[in-house]
Ligand binder design. Structure first.
Ligand code: 13P
Ligand code: SF4
Length: 364
């Protein structure tokens, strides 16, 4: 989705790191309890240090849903997270994304038109009332609304198994979008076979599937992926194990199944962090997730060896859009009573998307 962030005034782009820190601190003080800064674990150090709460996308959605004191919520994360926060917060609260270009390339791999087309096709092949659509949190509000309206729910990397179990108690099939890997890894961990989960390619006629494949499927996995997590390969795990024979491998479920298969643990960013924190001093950990988070864990736990599985590490370029200049710019406007980069989901979309998000919160 194309969103345009206007260039910042020179005051921010030419400021020194010290000046930016001072302005952010002063703005936070001036705004007091009416401000809540939420920070995803992939944010860079210079940004996450200002967050009042850190977390994975599930934990941050819960914060947004539960904190009704703050009127201004500044989301240091990506667009779909800020949209979800807007949907879950009250009418007296407004959500700001410091840089509008902070999107998510995976979320952009499924749009409403494509999903509606897929649904229409499924309706011609199977009883669509028995298909439960599940969307990963990494999707637009429009897709969350589609799911809410069609009896489905949202899931995150921390609760996908619980949400899928819930879905299979309600129907015969799950249409899972946009991340095929989270869908596949979760279904495999639940004991399903590759043949139970064909991939629906939105760019091919009829998703590239035969009617028979759709009829026999328990899952239809959308052909979407995260380019950051696709970089991790089985060879990285093998190389890490050669160098650290007693080491522990922890990966995010957006990694490919052949990587997840070789890992000791798989989990959301919050779970990865918890596993590192709970490991005894001296533990060697090879991590398969975004590099800013891995580097921070290494810095905060100098008595463990924490390394990225991929030596050529890849940052999430959209998470990286949020930087101190944009944060200072957004906060100083709030101090003046002006709101920049407010993320607003229209009420009709929000209504059904809220249903899908609340289902997820209730399931977990
Ligand atoms: P988490 O919910 O695990 O934080 O994941 C979000 C994400 O975008 C991972 O790429
Ligand atoms: Fe999206 Fe991947 Fe970045 Fe997560 S790491 S926000 S899935 S592009």
């Amino acid at each position: 989705m194309l969103r345009l962030q206007a260039p910042l005034p020179d005051r921010y782009t030419l400021a020194t790191p010290g000046e930016l820190d001072e302005w952010i601190r002063a703005a936070k003080e001036a705004l007091g309890p009416r401000l809540l800064i939420l920070g995803h674990h992939y944010q860079r150090d210079e940004v996450i240090r200002w967050a009042d709460a850190r977390g994975d996308s599930f934990k941050l959605a819960r914060f947004a849903a539960e904190d009704d004191r703050a009127t201004d919520i500044v989301f240091c994360g990506v667009h779909f997270m800020a949209e979800s926060a807007d949907i879950l917060t009250g009418p007296h609260q407004r959500v700001v994304l410091p840089d509008l270009n902070a999107g998510c390339s995976m979320a952009d791999m499924a749009d409403l038109e494509q999903v509606e087309e897929c649904w229409e096709h499924l309706a011609g092949v199977v009883d669509v009332d028995r298909v439960v659509p599940i969307t990963y949190m990494n999707s637009s509000a429009a897709l969350k609304a589609f799911v809410g309206e069609h009896g489905g729910a949202v899931c995150t990397s921390s609760n996908a198994a619980a949400v899928i179990e819930w879905a299979l108690a309600r129907g015969d099939r799950v249409l899972f979008f946009p991340d095929q890997h989270l869908g596949r890894n979760t279904a495999r961990a639940m004991g399903f076979r590759e043949a139970d989960m064909p991939v629906w390619d939105p760019h091919l006629d009829q998703g590239g599937l035969e009617e028979r494949e759709v009829k026999e499927a328990t899952f239809l996995l959308w052909r979407g992926h995260c380019s950051v997590h696709q970089r991790f390969r089985p060879e990285h795990v093998t190389a890490f194990r050669q160098e650290h024979p007693d080491g522990i491998v922890i990966v995010h479920p957006e990694c490919a199944a052949e990587v997840v298969e070789l890992a000791d643990h798989v989990g959301s960013t919050e779970r990865i962090l918890a596993l590192v924190e709970q490991s005894p001093p001296g533990t060697e950990l090879g991590i398969g997730t975004e590099i800013h988070m891995v580097a921070r864990m290494a810095k905060e736990h100098p008595d463990r060896t924490v390394v990225s599985l991929d030596p050529l590490v890849c940052p999430c370029s959209t998470m990286f859009r949020i930087d101190p200049p944009h944060l200072a710019w957004a906060l100083e406007h709030l101090v003046r009573g002006e709101v920049v980069n407010r993320i607003v989901v229209d009420e009709r979309t929000a209504e059904w998307a809220r249903v899908a998000l609340r289902r997820m919160l209730e399931i977990t």
